[in-house]
Design a protein around this ligand. Structure first.
Ligand SMILES: Nc1ncnc2c1ncn2[C@@H]1O[C@H](COP(=O)(O)OP(=O)(O)OP(=O)(O)O)[C@@H](O)[C@H]1O
Ligand SMILES: [Mg+2]
Length: 375
C-alpha cells in the first residue's frame, strides 16, 4: 500500500533472497529449516524495507527470541535498512482429540508412579506458565480420589455454572483462575463427604469432564492424573484421547522405579511420553545458600536418558512453592521474577516443543520407550 518506488536501485531485495537466507535458520526441535517447515508466512518488501511474519507452532517456543534475532540479522545482511520480523504462533493439534474434545488441540497427562511427588503442583504451574506465554489452556483434575485443583487454583468452595447451550445440551462452564480454565470433581462434591468411587465411576466422571464441559477452543488441556500405575490409572488413561504424557518424579531410586512403571503404562496404551520432570530436585537454604540434595539428585535426567525420553528439567524444593499451592497462588504467579519461576517457564516451553514434535511426526526424536530388563 505504501508509495514505494520500485526503481532500479542496485541491490533490490527479492522475496526469494529473503526466503533463501531465512532457510539457514533451523528449528532446533524439529530439525528442519523454518522455510521448508512453512513457518515463514508473509514476506513484504518495499525497497529496503522488509517485513516478515514467522509463525511458530507454539507461543511458548523456547527459541523464539533467538530466531527473531537471527532472522533480523540475515535480512539486514541483504542490505535491508528497516527490518520488521513479527513472531506469531498457531498451535498445531494432534488428531487424537477425536469427537470428544472438538476444540482442544492437545491433551497432556501429568502423571507419576509414586504419590506425593508434586505432580499437581507441577501440573498447575505448567498450565499457568503456558497461559502466561499466550496459549489457551485448560486443566482437568483427573484425580477423582484426591482433587487438588480447587485449592491450588484458589477456587475452593466455588461451583461451575451449569447452563443449556443452543443445542439444548446441559454444559458446565469451567471456572477460570490465573488464565487457566479448570474443572475438578472438588467443585461438584462436598469435600467433607468422602465419596467411594469405583473404577468405572471414576472414568465415567472423567469422561463427563470432557463431554459435558464447555471447553471452547484450547491449545493445551492438561490432565492432573492420580498417582500410580494400577488398573484405575490405566482405565483413566485409556478414557482420555492423549497427545502425550509427562512423568513427574523425585530423584530418589524408589520414585524412579515407579516413574519407569509409569512410562511402561503409557507405552502399553501407545501414548507418547513427552518427557520427565524431576521435582524436589534439591534445596537451597535461604539463610546460608547451602545446597542440600535431600532426595538425591539427577536421577530424573539419568532415567530419561536410559529410557530414551526427553528430560524437561528440574524444580527444586522451595518453601514458597508449597505455600503457593496451599494459598491458591501458583508459584509462577506468586514469584514470577524468580529464577525458579523462569526455570518452570523454560520447562513449559520444552514441553510445548515436545508437543509440536509429537504432532509433526516426531520421527527426529525417538519418543518410544526402550525397555530394560523388565519382569
Ligand atoms: N518443588 C516443591 N517445593 C516445595 N513443596 C512442593 C514442591 N512440589 C510439591 N510440593 C508440595 O508437596 C506436597 C505434595 O505435592 P502435590 O500435591 O503437588 O503432589 P502430588 O504428586 O500431586 O500428590 P498426589 O500423589 O497425592 O496427587 C504439597 O504440599 C506441595 O505443596
Ligand atoms: Mg496430586
Amino acid at each position: 500500500m505504501g508509495l514505494f518506488s520500485n526503481n532500479s536501485s542496485k541491490g533490490t531485495i527479492t522475496e526469494e533472497q529473503v526466503r533463501a537466507v531465512l532457510s539457514k535458520i533451523e528449528d532446533p526441535d524439529l530439525h528442519r529449516d523454518i522455510v521448508s517447515l512453512g513457518f515463514v508466512k508473509d514476506v513484504a518488501i518495499s525497497g529496503t524495507d522488509v517485513r516478515v511474519v514467522i509463525q511458530l507452532t507454539t507461543p511458548a517456543c523456547p527459541v523464539k527470541d533467538q530466531m527473531k534475532a537471527a532472522a533480523e540479522g540475515y535480512i539486514r545482511q541483504l542490505g535491508a535498512t528497516a527490518v520488521d520480523v513479527q513472531m506469531t504462533a498457531q498451535v498445531v493439534g494432534g488428531t487424537r482429540g477425536g469427537g470428544m474434545l472438538p476444540g482442544v488441540k492437545n491433551t497432556i497427562a501429568v502423571a507419576s508412579g509414586k504419590g506425593g511427588v508434586g505432580k499437581s503442583t507441577v501440573a498447575v504451574n505448567l498450565a499457568v506458565a503456558l497461559a502466561q506465554e499466550g496459549s489457551r489452556v485448560g486443566m482437568i483434575d483427573a484425580d477423582i480420589y484426591g482433587p487438588s485443583a480447587p485449592l491450588m487454583f484458589g477456587l475452593a468452595g466455588q461451583h461451575p455454572r451449569l447452563y443449556s447451550n443452543e443445542k439444548g445440551e446441559r454444559k458446565f462452564e469451567p471456572l477460570v483462575a490465573h488464565g487457566v480454565q479448570v474443572m475438578s470433581i472438588g467443585f461438584l462434591v462436598d469435600p467433607e463427604q468422602p465419596v467411594i468411587w469405583r473404577g468405572p465411576m471414576a472414568s465415567g466422571a472423567l469422561k463427563q469432564f470432557m463431554s459435558d464441559v464447555d471447553w471452547g477452543d484450547l491449545d493445551y488441556l492438561i490432565f492432573d492424573m492420580p498417582p500410580g500405575t494400577g488398573d484405575i490409572q490405566l482405565t483413566l488413561t485409556q478414557s482420555i484421547p492423549l497427545t502425550g504424557a509427562v512423568i513427574v518424579t523425585t530423584p530418589q531410586d524408589i520414585a524412579l522405579e515407579d516413574a519407569r512403571k509409569g512410562l511402561k503404562m503409557f507405552e502399553r496404551v501407545q501414548v507418547p511420553v513427552l518427557g520427565i520432570i524431576e521435582n524436589m530436585s534439591y534445596f537451597i537454604a535461604p539463610d546460608t545458600g547451602a545446597r542440600y540434595d535431600i532426595f538425591s539428585h539427577g536421577g530424573g535426567a539419568k532415567a530419561a536418558e536410559k529410557m530414551n525420553v526427553p528430560f524437561l528439567g528440574e524444580i527444586p524444593l522451595i518453601m514458597e512453592m508449597r505455600i503457593g499451592s496451599d494459598e491458591g497462588v501458583p508459584y509462577v504467579v506468586r514469584n514470577p521474577e524468580s529464577e525458579e519461576a523462569g526455570n518452570i517457564r523454560k520447562i513449559a516451553r520444552a514441553l510445548a516443543a515436545q508437543v509440536s514434535i509429537a504432532n509433526m511426526g516426531g520421527a527426529q526424536q525417538p519418543i518410544q520407550i526402550i525397555l530394560g530388563n523388565d519382569q
